[in-house]
Design a binder for this molecule. Structure first.
Ligand code: IMP
Ligand code: MG
Length: 183
């Protein structure tokens, strides 16, 4: 048993679960991008942990770059307002681009980002989302090509995901106790 942080209600994906998911995703991506030298773009900061793991699970030539957008602030609800805080250092025209995302909720952040990146004329543009949050009555604005796992409609932390910049370093995916974010 892993030691559980006192603010975490329960673990939904253990370190072992995560390893299995990431290696399966890496194998799928390797198969699809063999010989293409894709550019993996991670959205800061939540996706850095997944990026670090999945890039090592992909066995073909690739490049990486990072973008930062602001969407959540320190709260637990999506504002729908997206702003590019840090842009790419790489030209993506003609490049096969794969966006590496931590968690897809409403998809508002990604859908904005994909519109923006499409206008730069990449050869292809796909999304690998480690998690997809299943929210009743919600259809995410973006359909990821690769999905790690589905999680319930609760506040998820760990493996890069934060609440007010905390808990990113937890090695597992857990559900934050509602009293911690004041619900
Ligand atoms: P969306 O625009 O609603 O899809 O929100 C996506 C972004 O919000 C993710 O990249 C995360 O940074 C953040 N986010 C959404 N749900 C959670 C969560 O349960 N825990 C932590 N961050 C989340
Ligand atoms: Mg994020």
């Amino acid at each position: 048993m892993e030691r559980i942080h006192p603010d975490v209600d329960r673990i939904v994906l253990s370190e072992e679960d995560i390893k299995g998911i990431v290696s399966r995703m890496g194998a799928d991506i390797t198969r699809d991008y063999e010989g293409k030298n894709p550019l993996l773009i991670a959205v800061l900061r939540g996706a850095v942990v997944f990026m670090g793991d999945v890039m090592r699970a992909i066995d073909c030539e690739l490049g990486i770059d990072f973008m930062a957008v602001s969407s959540y602030g320190d709260g637990a609800k999506s504002s729908g307002v997206v702003r590019i805080v840090k842009d790419l250092d790489t030209k993506i025209e003609g490049r096969d681009v794969l966006i590496i995302e931590d968690i897809l909720d409403s998809g508002l952040t990604l859908s904005y980002l994909m519109k923006n990146l499409s206008s730069r004329k990449p050869a292809s543009l796909e999304v690998a989302a480690f998690l997809v949050k299943d929210v009743e009555g919600q259809r995410p604005a973006v359909k990821p090509r690769y999905v790690g796992a589905h999680v319930p409609d609760e506040f998820i932390v760990g493996y890069g995901l934060d609440f007010a910049e905390r808990y990113r370093n937890l090695p597992y995916i857990g559900i934050l106790k509602p009293e911690v974010y004041g619900k």
